[in-house]
Design a binder for this molecule. Structure first.
Ligand code: PMP
Length: 352
C-alpha cells in the first residue's frame, strides 16, 4: 500500500437499483411512482425561466418549507428540507448519532443505513426481524446511540403499529429516534402526531414516491424546533445551497395539490391490493405490504432465476443477494397496464 492510501476514507458505497438505458423497459425496480407529478408542477415549470438559474437559490428554501408546514399543519421551524430523503437522513446521521454507542436498525431494512454508519464511522447493531419479517420492538429497549427504521419497512413493506413506535420512543427518551416514512402515504399511519409528545423524534418523508418526483430530489423531515435547528447548523456547515431553485418551487407546487396527491396514492393502493390477489394465484407468497412495492417469493421458482428471466423480458424488478431475503423479489407497483404485462409474462413463464 502506498503511504497516501493509508489516509483515505474507505467506504463500501450504496448500490442503487439499475436505471436502464433502453426505452420500453417496464421499470418496477426502484419504487418510483408510475404516474407523472401533479399538473400544478408542470404549470410551475412553465413559469420558470433561465433567470431562475442565474442567482443562488434561497438557502433556507423558505417557499418549500412554508408549503410543507402549511400542508401538514406544523410550524415552518419544525421542517427541514434536503436533496431527497437520502440527503435528509445523511444529515440526520451526521448530526444526531455522535455518542460513540451503537445505533440500532433492523437487519433487513433500507440498505443505505449501514453505508452512512460506515461513512460517518458510527458503530451500529442490527436486531433481526422475526420470522414473519416484523420489527421486534423489545429489541430496541436497550442502551444505544440512536435508532432509525423505516415505517413501512423496506423491502418488506410491513408497517409497525403507531402504539409500538410510541413504546420505542418511551424507552428511548435520551437518544434521537428517526422514523423514515418514505412509503407512509401508501397505507401506514404517520408518527407525525407523536411530535408534540416526543422532542427526540425525527420523522423523515420524501417527494420521490407518493409525490412522483424522484428525479427532482426533494426530501423533508419534521422534528421539534431544536432538532431542526441542529440539522440546519450541520447542513449550513457543509453546503449552504443544497436545494436548487427548481426543486424548491416545483416541490412547493406539488405539496399544494392535495387532491392529485390523494388520488395518485389511492390508485397505487388499489393496484397493489389487486396485485396481491393475482400474484397469490400465480403461486407467490408475500408480506402484507403497505408500501408501493411487493416483497414476494415463489413456491417453486427461485427468485434469482425469475429476476434474470424478467430482466431478459424487459421487466426490471429488484433482487437482493443477501442472507434471509435471497429468495425474494421486490416489485414496485406500476400502472395497471404495466402490472398486466408482468402477470402475462409470469403466467407464461410459470405455466400457470
Ligand atoms: N428511505 C427508504 C426506506 C427508501 O427506500 C428510500 C428510497 N431509496 C429512501 C429513503 C430515499 O429516497 P429519496 O432520497 O429519493 O427521498
Amino acid at each position: 500500500m502506498r503511504e497516501w492510501e493509508k489516509n483515505i476514507r474507505k467506504v463500501t458505497p450504496y448500490t442503487p437499483g439499475e436505471q436502464p438505458k433502453q426505452q420500453n423497459v417496464i421499470k418496477l425496480n426502484t419504487n418510483e411512482n408510475p404516474y407523472p407529478p401533479s399538473p400544478k408542477v408542470a404549470e410551475a415549470l412553465r413559469r420558470m425561466t433561465t433567470e431562475t438559474m442565474r442567482k443562488y437559490p434561497d438557502p433556507t428554501a423558505r417557499e418549500l418549507r412554508d408549503a410543507i408546514a402549511a400542508e401538514y399543519r406544523v410550524r415552518p421551524e419544525q421542517v427541514f428540507v434536503g436533496v431527497g430523503s437520502d440527503d435528509v437522513l445523511a444529515m440526520a446521521f451526521l448530526t444526531f448519532f455522535n455518542s460513540g454507542k451503537p445505533i440500532l436498525f433492523p437487519d433487513i431494512t433500507y440498505s443505505f443505513y449501514d453505508v452512512w454508519a460506515g461513512l460517518f464511522q458510527i458503530p451500529y447493531e442490527r436486531p433481526a426481524l422475526n420470522e414473519r419479517f416484523e420489527i421486534v420492538k423489545e429489541d430496541y429497549f436497550r442502551e444505544n446511540g440512536g435508532i432509525v427504521f423505516p415505517n413501512p419497512n423496506a423491502p418488506t413493506g410491513l408497517q409497525m403499529p403507531l402504539s409500538d413506535i410510541e413504546e420505542i420512543l418511551r424507552h428511548n427518551r435520551d437518544v434521537i429516534v428517526i422514523v423514515d416514512e418514505a412509503y407512509i402515504d401508501f397505507g401506514g399511519a404517520s408518527a407525525l402526531g407523536l411530535l408534540e409528545k416526543y422532542e427526540n423524534l425525527l420523522v423523515v418523508q420524501t417527494f420521490s414516491k407518493s409525490r412522483c418526483m424522484a428525479g427532482m430530489r426533494v426530501g423533508f423531515a419534521f422534528g421539534c424546533e431544536d432538532l431542526i435547528r441542529c440539522l440546519n447548523d450541520v447542513k449550513y456547515s457543509y453546503n449552504s445551497y443544497t436545494m436548487n431553485e427548481a426543486a424548491i418551487r416545483l416541490g412547493a407546487a406539488a405539496v399544494s395539490d392535495h387532491a392529485y396527491f390523494s388520488e395518485t396514492c389511492r390508485k397505487i393502493r388499489d393496484t397493489r391490493e389487486d396485485a396481491k390477489r393475482k400474484l397469490a394465484q400465480l403461486g407467490f407468497s408475500f408480506t402484507d405490504s403497505q408500501a408501493n412495492f411487493l416483497f414476494v417469493t415463489h413456491e417453486s421458482c427461485p427468485a434469482r432465476e425469475l429476476f434474470g428471466a424478467l430482466r431478459a423480458a424487459g421487466i426490471y424488478v429488484r433482487y437482493f443477494d443477501k442472507p434471509r431475503i435471497d429468495n425474494y423479489l421486490r416489485i414496485t407497483v406500476g400502472t395497471d397496464e404495466e402490472m398486466e404485462a408482468l402477470y402475462r409474462f409470469l403466467r407464461q413463464y410459470l405455466k400457470k
